[in-house]
Design a protein around this ligand. Structure first.
Ligand SMILES: Nc1ncnc2c1ncn2[C@@H]1O[C@H](COP(=O)(O)OP(=O)(O)OP(=O)(O)O)[C@@H](O)[C@H]1O
Length: 608
């Protein structure tokens, strides 16, 4: 057996990694046989490849923090994975829960539940609000200058719902169909209309009234909820009323260091935040569910061949818990992030094309980076120090990891990853995810003939060989047979093949993405040109009007000339008038003898 260069699970890891197996169904089954066999008590899972004639294939063994088998209930998963993170958030330290898995393996089911069972999210909110009870601080005490909501848009749940509902009224034709809501996750028509948001019902089970988190007895609390999605590598607010109408161009938000931090935040390096996010002050579980419903309804989901309602974006729910003194001064705070990652999928299996294929490309690329980070978090570099985790490589890993290394609450966050898998799903895709997410990995070459191994193909046979597998020696020595060497090489070859397939699909989706980006850019340019053209036309018209308003060139000079002439004529006229008056026999007196002055009555005449 070959042991990977990975330490046993330790507290130094950023993510604890749990494996959850979903019950297989005729619809979800891709493989003819079951290839995953769990040994929950040992926290290991065995992957038995489908045996092919004359092919001696190795069995891989993956280690996790803990394994939940098919019979595990939502509450079992919740108690072990979410409760510690919730308590940690109450104590002032950020936490993240994320699900990772092949499409259709049960990520959303785990996070959001079904029509009969609450998911991790609903249970977390239920336990949080029932623990806080009436120790909720008033809305007017919540200051926008908190550590994590600088540059955020703060509002209470009532205002939020009024805005969302008025946005819905304005866009009645764009009202999403019932199947688009959280209900589509809860299935079978459970709460589906926006008009019924005020009356959201939620599954009663599992009952979590026996669970609670420890609060500081002298403190009061405020809970702010925000939701956003990472779609095609851009962050969008899911609680923005623009999200209701997908035709409107939603504004992408940026992830950055805030310009100010809360007074109580003494950490040297402030954590990064999604700037401009809506944060809804929420008083109770029912209000929280309504917000969740709005956010989930805005999320991108489409049917693919692999999953009838496949998430096409990575969705983040942020539950920020703020702690206040009895007088209402803010004393601290931390967030619990619950992340439903979109599933990796093979374009051929999912039969995606066009926009769906571009989405898949973006999803697969971000998951690939996440895989690298997860793989490296368990490894040590040659100098004995923990390997550098390349979390800046993608927006997803930046969102998930950047606050793990710094931030308020004294040194980053702790996180849990639930890897979901179908024991009869896509063998290659599932194995690939297990390879990078597992905390430990061993390639096992059983000392058995290929004929014996092929007998392990059904689940009972596989289970019955668990003890046998556990007894397999843990190192490959020089004495091992050629068969063992060949099996190891085959395992390596298969891994390389899987990577090659991934790379091929990434090329395909990148090509598609580039095409779409070029088309988008063309459209934008055309739009810019159109706008420029119209502006130009307007400018010409405006100038045209000015020509008539302005004094024509040379007019001022002409006026001066005429004024000069006018003056000269006036003077001449005066002279003539005096002359005429002087010559007149009546010396200008009218009615005298002699001729009447020709200028009579014109003494005051002025010539202009
Ligand atoms: N543990 C489980 N118990 C019962 N049903 C499950 C379980 N896990 C998944 N399912 C069912 O399998 C189907 C697919 O699950 P889900 O939508 O959660 O997959 P997903 O991993 O989120 O897929 P995608 O990445 O495409 O969004 C759903 O009908 C869900 O109810």
């Amino acid at each position: 057996m070959e042991s990977a260069k990975s330490p046993p699970p330790s507290t130094a890891q950023l993510f604890q990694v749990f494996l959850r197996l979903r019950p297989s169904s005729p619809q979800s089954s891709v493989s003819e046989t079951r290839f995953l066999t769990s040994a929950p008590s040992q926290n290991f899972v065995y992957v038995t490849p489908p045996q092919e004639r004359n092919r001696f294939r190795a069995i891989e063994k993956f280690g996790f923090t803990s394994i939940f088998d098919e019979l595990s209930e939502q509450k079992d998963v919740f108690v072990e994975t979410v409760m510690p993170l919730l308590q940690q958030a109450i104590n002032g330290r950020d936490g993240t829960l994320a699900t990772l898995g092949v499409t259709g393996s049960g990520k959303t089911h785990t996070i959001l539940g079904s029509k009969d069972q609450k998911g991790m999210t609903q249970m977390a909110l239920d336990v949080l609000f029932s623990s806080i009870g009436d120790r909720v601080v008033d809305y007017d005490r919540v200051d926008i200058m908190g550590s994590d909501h600088t540059e955020a848009i703060l509002m209470d749940a009532v205002t939020f719902h009024e805005r969302m509902n008025s946005a819905l009224v304005k866009t009645p034709t764009k009202r999403p169909k019932p199947g688009n809501f959280l209900a589509h996750r809860l299935q079978d028509g459970h709460t589906s209309k926006r008009s019924s948001l005020a009356h959201i019902s939620t599954p009663k089970a599992p009952d979590v009234s026996d669970l609670s988190v420890d609060l500081d007895s002298k403190s009061k609390y405020a809970v702010l909820i925000s939701m956003y999605e990472l779609y095609n590598d851009r962050i969008f607010d899911l609680l923005d009323d623009l999200s209701i109408n997908k035709q409107n161009r939603r504004k992408a938000l940026i992830f950055k260091k805030p310009s100010t931090t809360a007074a109580w935040d003494t950490s040297k390096e402030s954590k990064k935040v999604v700037s401009g996010l809506r944060k809804v002050y929420t008083k109770n579980f029912q209000e929280a569910l309504q917000i969740l419903e709005h956010g989930q309804a805005s999320r991108r989901a489409s049917p693919t061949h692999s999953n009838s309602v496949s998430s096409r974006s990575h969705a983040f729910l942020q539950v920020e818990v703020k702690r206040f003194s009895p007088r209402g001064n803010e004393k601290g705070g931390a967030s619990l992030h619950i992340v439903d990652l979109a599933g990796s999928e093979r374009a051929r299996t999912a039969k995606t094309a066009g926009e769906r294929l571009a989405e898949a490309g973006s999803i697969n690329r971000s998951l690939m980076c996440l895989g690298q980070c997860l793989q490296l978090q368990t490894q040590v570099s040659d100098n004995g120090k923990p390997a550098v985790v390349p979390w800046r490589q993608s927006k997803l890993t930046e969102l998930l990891f950047s606050n793990s290394f710094s931030g308020a609450g004294g040194g980053g966050q702790r996180a849990s990853m639930i890897v979901t898998a179908d024991a009869m799903g896509d063998f290659n895709a599932t194995t690939q995810i297990l390879r990078y997410s597992a905390l430990a990995r061993e390639v096992t070459v059983p000392r058995a003939s290929s004929r014996q191994i092929s007998g392990m193909s059904d689940s009972s046979a596989a289970s019955s060989t668990l003890d046998e597998l556990a007894a397999i020696p843990t190192s490959v020595t020089q004495d091992d047979s050629k068969d063992i060497l060949i099996a190891r090489l085959i395992a390596q070859l298969e891994e390389t093949e899987a990577r090659w397939r991934d790379a091929e699909e990434r090329c395909l989706s990148t090509e598609q993405q580039v095409r779409e980006e070029v088309a988008d850019e063309m459209e934008e340019r055309l739009e810019e040109w159109r706008e420029g053209y119209v502006d130009g036309k307007l400018e010409i018209l405006r100038k045209g009007i000015k020509i008539r308003e302005d004094t024509p060139p040379g007019a001022a000079e002409r006026i001066r000339e005429l004024e000069g002439e006018n003056e000269a004529l006036r003077r001449e006229s005066l002279v003539l008038r005096r002359e005429a008056l002087g010559r007149s026999p009546s010396k200008g007196r009218s009615g005298g003898r002699g001729f009447p002055s020709p200028l009579k009555g014109m003494e005051n005449l002025e010539i202009y």
